[in-house]
Design a protein around this ligand. Structure first.
Ligand SMILES: *[C@@H]1O[C@H](CO)[C@@H](O)[C@H](O)[C@H]1NC(C)=O
Ligand SMILES: *[C@@H]1O[C@H](CO)[C@@H](O)[C@H](O)[C@H]1NC(C)=O
Ligand SMILES: *[C@@H]1O[C@H](CO)[C@@H](O)[C@H](O)[C@H]1NC(C)=O
Ligand SMILES: *[C@@H]1O[C@H](CO)[C@@H](O)[C@H](O)[C@H]1NC(C)=O
Length: 419
């Protein structure tokens, strides 16, 4: 294979992207931990069921990421979602962290998080109030951006409750510019397209969104049920044409948090782990931000191994950043295929495929690499890895089938490394 054909194939794989937010961040899908999915708005620190959102929780999350192998796997952001502030601004109009739960303030927490080599994320909302009724950023862009920058915030999730389309369409742009003016690179995540499409029932124009946001939520909040995982995966399956155009370094569609570790509501007859694995596999392939939201004190070994599976994470963090193309076999069975960086030392792309099975029965199908133009065979021979158990199965040519069996409501994923 010549250098020239490599260049050609790169041109084909990288369609011209429109202008992107030039803050140098999110060149790969961000990875980390976000408080919402598990702790939600738990402000009652006497509650013994769910630990409250406070300083000691956030410090313990930083400790877990640092001590338990997460940081080595790539998880780096520790993000506080809604419900962190006092209900009122101070006499200077500034936001104030809850005086009891965050008694030493956010700069203290940022320093602690940074001392572990991790990054610090926070939350606000574009309206006058956040979704849970705390002070939002409307009419306070400059003062709040300055506050977040002074706290050394690295990531800002900006929600969009209680506001109309016109303001969503201008406010997210204005805030992006205001954040830029602070001089601090802050990864900017917008809920803009979600509110336009699902709350305002209007068409989304992605051009300004990818120009001003690093991440953008396009679908409902993820909720801990199997049905919710199904609808989210199907929504992103139907978004492939948009993703091909707008999803890449610095600008990622965000399907919301991973549920691995959080678990699903118990439902009779449902193997929760299969569903969680299915979600993780699809997020690795999209590729989507990998934001855990769970109790890291209590996560099972099996779930932790899934989150820390370096071959799975490598598919997600790949520098080629090509979204996986879905091929539906039927409404409940889809093969996702994507090329990605090879292992060190090989010039030609590797190819991963996942089979996602929503049937209530196991499915066995053959996979033939040569049938998928998105992974056009760059070489003739491949070594096949079963990514979930991280074992090499066999060496094959692109014409030979790989027979895979997928359990009910579960997914498998394989990588073919060129030989
Ligand atoms: C602000 O935007 C300019 C122009 O796109 C860019 O060069 C610069 O890196 C940005 N700065 C920050 C802090 O995001
Ligand atoms: C504790 O919090 C959980 C979840 O927020 C809630 O369901 C439960 O009722 C609370 N318990 C008490 C005693 O307040
Ligand atoms: C990995 O999974 C495959 C099935 O996909 C199985 O054939 C193989 O024995 C497993 N290997 C290990 C080490 O568990
Ligand atoms: C696959 O090929 C590689 C490189 O030639 C070799 O090291 C390995 O042993 C082969 N594996 C199998 C299962 O044949």
């Amino acid at each position: 294979m010549s250098l020239w054909s490599d260049v050609l194939s790169l041109l084909i794989l990288f369609p011209a992207l429109v202008d992107l937010l030039n803050n140098g961040l999110a060149l790969k899908p961000p990875m980390g931990w976000l408080s919402w999915g598990y702790h939600e708005c738990q402000v009652d620190c006497k509650n013994t069921t769910v630990r409250c959102l406070d300083e000691s929780l956030i410090m313990s999350v930083a400790d877990h990421l640092f001590n338990d192998g997460y940081i080595e796997a790539g998880y780096e952001y520790v993000i506080i979602d809604d419900c962190w502030s006092e209900p009122q601004r101070n006499e200077f109009g500034q936001l104030v962290p809850d005086r009891e739960r965050f008694s030493r303030g956010m700069k203290f927490l940022a320093d602690y998080i940074h001392s572990k080599g991790l990054k610090f994320g926070m939350y606000t909302s574009l309206g006058t109030y956040t979704c849970k009724g705390y002070p939002g950023i409307r009419d306070h862009f400059e003062i709040d951006a300055a506050t977040f920058a002074s706290w050394d915030v690295d990531f800002l999730k900006v929600d969009g409750c209680f506001i109309k389309a016109d303001y969503l369409n201008t406010g997210y742009i204005d805030l992006s510019r205001t954040l830029n003016k602070t001089g601090r690179p802050i990864l900017y995540t917008c809920s803009w397209p979600y509110y336009i499409q699902f709350i305002e029932n209007k068409m989304v124009n992605f051009e300004p969104i990818v120009e001003h946001c690093n991440l953008f939520r396009t679908y409902h909040d993820i909720f801990h049920t199997a049905g919710n995982i199904y609808h989210t995966v199907k929504f992103f399956e139907s978004s492939y044409d948009l993703m091909k155009k707008y999803h890449g370094p610095g600008q990622w569609f965000d399907p919301d948090m991973l549920l691995v570790g959080r678990g699903l509501n118990p439902t009779k007859g449902i193997d929760s782990f299969g569903w969680l694995r299915l979600q993780m596999v699809v997020y690795a392939m999209l590729p989507a931000p990998l934001l855990i939201s769970c109790n890291l004190d209590a996560i099972s070994q099996k779930e932790k191994e899934l989150l820390l599976n370096k071959d799975l994470v490598a598919i997600n963090q790949d520098m080629m950043a090509v979204p996986a193309q879905p091929f539906a076999i039927d409404p409940f069975l889809t093969i996702w295929v994507k090329p990605h960086e090879p292992k060190k030392g090989n010039m030609n792309p590797a190819c991963s495929f996942a089979v996602v099975n929503f049937h209530f029965r196991d499915v066995t199908i053959p996979f033939f690499l040569h049938k998928y133009a998105v992974c056009e065979p760059f070489t003739r021979r491949y070594s096949v890895m079963d990514v979930l158990n991280r074992t090499f199965l066999k060496n094959i040519t692109s014409l030979e089938p790989i027979h895979v069996t997928v359990p009910s409501s579960d997914a498998v994923v394989y990588t073919l490394f060129p030989l």
